[in-house]
Write a protein that binds this ligand. Structure first.
Ligand SMILES: Nc1ncnc2c1ncn2[C@@H]1O[C@H](COP(=O)(O)OP(=O)(O)OP(=O)(O)O)[C@@H](O)[C@H]1O
Ligand SMILES: [Mg+2]
Length: 390
């Protein structure tokens, strides 16, 4: 592994010194320059000094009490030094800071107090990812499916959308985030490992280990199965960030069955997603819940990425789709027809409706997959990058 050159930016003198000792202690990186304040503009002398150091990694310490100047610095320097990887250092108990840092351009979020091992692992991930990016290009997209209310059809939509993406483009994965995962039952596969095993082993995760946690469906779709018992200890939001970072590095499309979960993880995953599909039915309770869910997810940003999917849809006299959009406060993207017999028997048999090609319901899910990937056809994987790769 070549030696990486690092610039450390921390307003706290002690933290700056600690980070320098830790970086130099990894023996795979050395500190080229340190900064005691954050740049505010391109013309700022600090920006020029960082540019002159030409680092492989810029480490930005985010003060817990006032993160904004650090965020601006990440955004600015990520733009000015597109070939430099930004590592943010901060508190894990501030999920919104993690998301903002990632969105501003950080590719790693490392916990404070930091250890040499944390840094070493991040450096190794960086060089491995750089090799892979050089080899095969860019990163995948996440589509998250969220229920307006329990039983609205999140798993049906997630499973069939993932199968449609796999069949059209290959390289697709389905991640089951439900408190009790049903996706394996819908697909009739028997997972040996699940999400809990994957998050427990993140510290040593690489592509081949990740593949070993996935369960392969006959058509090639890879499932990261949900837990079959409610998790005793939930993984942290940072662990989920790492997991999804690995997934988008590996798969072209990642579909997430978020089910009815509403917590820091669902907000985080919604924020990391290209599009969040809110599945609702056309009854009053479902649309009322859809409005509450969109409010909850939208509070942490990304309201513009939310789209409504009306499931069990049938035309009802006196009911218009714009009324549903207004009630839910989300723009309508797709309708899935009401086909109780076809869908419920496919779940019971473990043969998803997508496998019954030439049926209206299979065409409906292929259409949804096409709609979501419409812009990818020309730009291919370049369209979007979750963590703004180097
Ligand atoms: N388009 C549809 N038409 C008719 N019935 C449907 C449709 N989609 C789903 N269903 C029925 O609704 C039930 C719930 O579906 P599904 O398991 O996908 O919901 P869910 O939102 O994932 O539930 P949970 O809240 O348990 O996660 C199933 O039994 C299925 O038969
Ligand atoms: Mg479900």
């Amino acid at each position: 592994m070549p030696e990486l050159s690092v610039v450390i930016m921390a307003t706290d003198n002690e933290q700056r010194t600690v980070l320098q000792v830790l970086v130099d202690g990894t023996s795979v990186a050395r500190t080229a320059h340190t900064c005691a304040s954050f740049p505010v503009a391109v013309s700022d002398p600090i920006t020029r000094r960082v540019q002159a150091a030409n680092p492989d990694v810029l480490m930005v310490d985010i003060p817990a009490d006032n993160p904004s100047p650090a965020m601006r610095a990440i955004e600015l320097l990520h733009q000015e030094l597109p070939d430099c990887a930004v590592f943010a250092i901060g508190n894990l108990n501030q999920p919104q800071v993690i998301v903002n840092a990632m969105r501003a351009g950080a590719r790693e979020f490392i916990e404070r107090p930091t250890t040499t091992t944390d840094l070493l692992e991040a450096f190794v991930r960086l060089t491995t990812a750089q090799r892979r990016v050089q080899k095969e290009g860019l990163r995948g997209k996440i589509f998250t499916i969220v229920n307006a209310k329990g039983g609205s059809g999140s798993t049906t939509v997630a499973v069939n959308l993932a199968l449609a993406l796999q069949s059209a483009h290959g390289s697709s994965a389905l991640v089951d985030l439900a408190p009790l995962g049903h996706a394996a039952l819908h697909l009739n596969v028997k997972p040996v490992f699940n999400l809990t095993d994957a998050t427990r082993n993140l510290h040593r995760m690489d592509s081949s280990l990740m593949e070993s946690f996935m369960t392969r469906h006959s058509g090639g779709l890879q499932l990261l199965a949900g837990s079959s018992v409610p998790a005793a200890i939930e993984p942290s939001t940072t662990e989920f960030v790492r997991l999804f970072d690995m997934l988008v590095a590996h798969y072209r499309y990642v579909v997430v069955d978020n089910s009815s979960r509403l917590d820091a993880v669902s907000r985080l995953v919604a924020n990391l997603s290209e599009c969040v599909l809110l599945v609702a039915c056309t009854d009053v309770a479902s649309l009322w819940s859809a409005a509450r869910v969109q409010q909850y997810l939208g509070e942490t940003g990304g309201r513009e990425r939310l789209r409504l999917v009306l499931n069990r849809f049938r035309k009802v006299p006196g009911f218009s789709e714009s009324e549903a959009e207004n009630a839910a406060g989300v723009k309508l993207l797709w309708r899935v027809p009401n086909q109780y017999f076809a869908i419920s028997s496919s779940i019971d048999r473990g043969t998803p409706v997508m496998e019954q090609s030439q049926t209206d319901i299979a065409r409906c899910f292929s259409g949804l997959a096409n709609e979501l990937t419409r812009d990818d056809i020309n730009v291919k994987r370049e369209a979007w990058s979750l963590f703004k790769t180097v």
